[in-house]
Design a protein around this ligand. Structure first.
Ligand code: NAD
Length: 709
């Protein structure tokens, strides 16, 4: 049986169409799948067939569109035709005059949900892990299979804007409450029975929008209630995305225009906007990095081959502070036994209490049960006794950022560890090769750089020291995957990759201040560049005193190596603010004043750095913030700090939120075009200094889909 959709007619006259795309782990909307559904529609038309159940033979119902096919489209006709072809089949399905029910026992996302929306009823297995939704916007696309058209007629315009514009997943319960599924079933058997019952009870099923007196729930686009919504929705969307995500605007336009038109005309309009999205630069960037890149990274593109995969059963965490407690929590959550060590029993217990607090909140919100929470908590053993580390396959230190303290715990741990165990440091700034000098087995020493807060941040930067072995790297990589995080692999260097490039963003903002750029313009430029937080606010979060401390340490270290240190012009600003006690958010005073949850730019800032009478154009500021990061990333690649461009792109988005619409720091260069980028960076270098010098850019090898200009 290698048909995409298998058909089975029961004695009761109900045709079951089971989607099971050959050679694919999941069902995706391909021509083959749609041909199978078209065959089901033809069979449904036969006399004697009373109704149809659309089901899946795979774990998911249908995961969405075929990204591989979409990535090959080069003209707007291709996506338009593909989208219209899918719609023709779905329209036939829902206008046969016979009931069609989607029996959904796994994820129904994107095109998968669109298939289900063309059925007269959607009955869903009540499994809280099951996901329903229209996530296309996250890849710069919009639902091109009638999603905006049917949803707006099913749940109203406002809910449709939310479902398609935000792209969030819905649990079955939430989908039922929102109104885009019909009913829930407790078990797979009950699901099939409910689908059969629905067909028996609705022999002449029709879609609401095909009824003669159909009205949009909540009103169509020209109704007074919707007119109010349309007056503000575009500005809210612009405020969030600064116009960097055209798909959001296209979704709004498709829903707005579709809300003024009949079903068929609205479908054509949606397909036109779909075509516009498919060919946009933003969709190519998002798909390139957050689909292909991320999948490659997770599958182990940077993991040494030939080392058998291994799991960690027992983990040691040294230091139960902010980071150690977070690492212990995510490991215990993944089922790993954790020994959590600090200098006093109280401090170790406080680290475990962090997990207790997170679990209490999860139980309260219904995300966990008291039993599961208790089992997770029991996996963490707080102690001061290093002997308890015996049997650990991996130990991660997260003690103070101090070489001597780190060296001490390395030796203490290694004294009890078995021969094959790996020792990792969560240092944020200290080169791994130097820290490994305290180790008796530097080949088994590695950097595992987590981000704060550990529970939320998806990235771990793995740092390979000069002596770290491939086997150690593979084990670090496997552990990061085991706890469900995304690993990028970089070679050892000061600031590694993420801290080094992230620093160029905030420092550029600080340098602008010294030049007389108005602080409000600097912050606006950060947001217009697509960064989640503007530079001055971000520097306040990470603390100005920390930046000064790291710079001083770097100067010292380089002097010891006989090298000089060219300080970034932004650093003088950080020093000046520290001198007057404005060290950042933790002190309640930095570039901003903090008053409880409120913050506002410190009024004295323009006294300290008077704005110049002529302000530079916003484009110049935005370019500086983006180019500074891109040039530094290209340097990381040229110097071999980054081992691959894809790690650089994924790391920049997941690590410090580099504007996803640009596809990451390096894809940004390709997306602008290497020639154009180099010319502009040269211009910026002449104006602001060698930090913009693009001579490292040629290290970027052209990647598929992005020919260099
Ligand atoms: P923290 O001060 O919150 O915690 C450090 C903990 O280590 C304290 O509980 C301390 O009692 C304990 N400790 C100190 N000496 C010890 C010893 N000899 N044996 C056992 N425990 C000892 O610090 P943190 O923010 O959790 O940072 C820890 C490490 O993680 C540092 O190296 C830091 O640079 C790095 N890091 C921090 C962040 C961040 O955002 N805070 C991010 C990435 C990496």
């Amino acid at each position: 049986m290698d048909q995409a959709v298998q058909l089975q007619l029961g004695d009761d006259g109900i045709l079951v169409a089971t989607m099971n795309l050959p050679g694919r782990p999941m069902n995706v909307v391909t021509d083959t799948l749609m041909e199978g559904i078209a065959a089901a529609v033809a069979r449904l038309a036969e006399p004697g067939v009373k109704g149809l159940i659309l089901a899946s033979g795979k774990a998911d119902f249908c995961a969405g569109g075929d990204i591989d096919r979409m990535s090959k489209w080069t003209t707007p006709q291709e996506p338009f035709e593909a989208s219209m072809a899918m719609k023709r089949v779905l329209r036939q399905l829902e206008t046969q005059g016979k009931p069609v029910v989607a029996a959904i026992a796994g994820h129904a996302l994107g095109g998968g949900l669109e298939l289900a929306l063309a059925c007269h009823a959607r009955i869903v297995l009540d499994n809280p892990r099951l996901k329903l939704g229209q996530p296309e916007v996250k890849l710069g696309l919009l639902p091109g299979g009638g999603g905006t058209v049917r949803l707006s007629r099913l749940v109203g315009i406002q809910a449709t804007l939310q479902i398609c514009g935000e792209g969030a997943d819905f649990s079955p319960q939430k989908a039922l409450a929102t109104g885009f599924i019909t009913a829930l079933a407790a078990t797979p058997e009950a699901l099939t029975q409910a689908a059969r019952d629905w067909i028996a009870a609705n022999p002449k099923a029709k879609q609401p929008w095909d009824a003669p007196k159909f009205r949009f729930p909540g009103g169509d686009s020209k109704s007074p209630a919707m007119a109010q919504l349309w007056a503000i929705a575009p500005s809210i969307a612009y405020g969030k995305g600064r116009g960097l995500y055209p798909a959001v605007g296209h979704i709004m336009s498709a829903v707005f225009e579709g809300g003024l038109l009949g079903f068929d005309a609205a479908s054509v309009v949606e397909s036109r906007y779909f075509a516009a999205c498919c060919l946009s630069r933003e969709a190519k960037n998002l798909i390139g990095t957050l689909w292909y890149g991320l999948n490659a990274v997770k599958k182990g593109a940077s993991r040494p081959v030939g080392v058998p995969p291994q799991k960690v059963a027992k983990l040691g965490v040294l230091g139960a502070g902010m980071m150690g407690a977070g690492i212990a929590h995510v490991a215990a959550k993944a089922g790993i036994e954790v020994v959590l060590i600090d200098t006093t029993q109280d401090a170790a217990e406080r680290g475990k209490a962090h997990t207790q607090a997170l679990l209490d909140a999860a139980v309260k919100k219904g995300r966990s049960t008291p039993d599961k929470a208790a089992a997770l908590l029991a996996r963490i053993t707080p102690t001061t006794d290093f002997a308890r580390l015996a049997g650990c396959e991996l130990v991660i230190e997260a003690v103070f950022e101090d070489r001597a303290v780190k060296a001490g715990v390395t030796r203490q741990a290694e004294a009890v560890l078995r021969a094959g165990a790996v020792f990792a440091s969560n240092t944020s700034t200290l080169p791994i090769t130097g820290l490994a000098q305290a180790s008796a087995r530097p080949a088994q020493f590695i950097g595992l750089h987590f981000f704060s807060p550990v529970e939320k941040m998806p990235l771990v930067e793995i740092i390979v020291g000069a002596q770290t072995s491939d086997e150690t790297l593979a084990r670090g990589f496997d552990f990061v995957r085991q706890i469900g995080k995304t690993p990028i692999v970089v070679n050892d260097s000061r600031g590694f990759y993420t801290s080094r490039v992230f620093g160029t963003y905030v420092m550029e903002g600080l340098a602008m201040l010294a030049e007389g750029v108005h602080p409000r313009s600097i912050e606006e430029a950060g947001l217009q560049a697509g960064m989640p937080m503007p530079p001055l606010a971000l520097q306040d979060e990470v603390s100005l005193s920390l930046a000064v401390h790291v710079a001083d340490q770097t100067r010292c270290d380089l002097a010891a190596e006989g090298r000089s240190y060219d300080e970034h012009p932004g650093m003088a600003v950080a020093r000046r603010l520290c001198e007057i006690g404005r060290v950042g958010r933790k002190a309640g005073r930095g570039f901003y004043d903090y008053d409880g949850g409120d913050k506002r730019l410190w009024p004295g800032l323009t006294g300290l750095y008077p704005p110049a009478p002529v302000q530079p154009p916003m484009r110049e500021l935005v370019d500086r913030l983006l180019y500074a990061q891109a040039v530094e990333s290209a340097r990381c690649l040229a110097e071999g700090v980054l081992r691959s461009a894809v790690d650089g792109d994924v790391g920049s988005i997941l690590g410090w939120g580099f504007a996803p619409c640009h596809g990451g720091t390096l894809r940004f260069i390709e997306s602008v075009g290497v020639g154009v980028f180099t010319a502009r960076a040269t211009e910026l270098a002449a104006r602001y200094g060698p930090r913009f010098d693009p001579s490292a850019v040629p290290a970027l090898a052209p990647r598929e889909g992005h020919p260099p200009s």
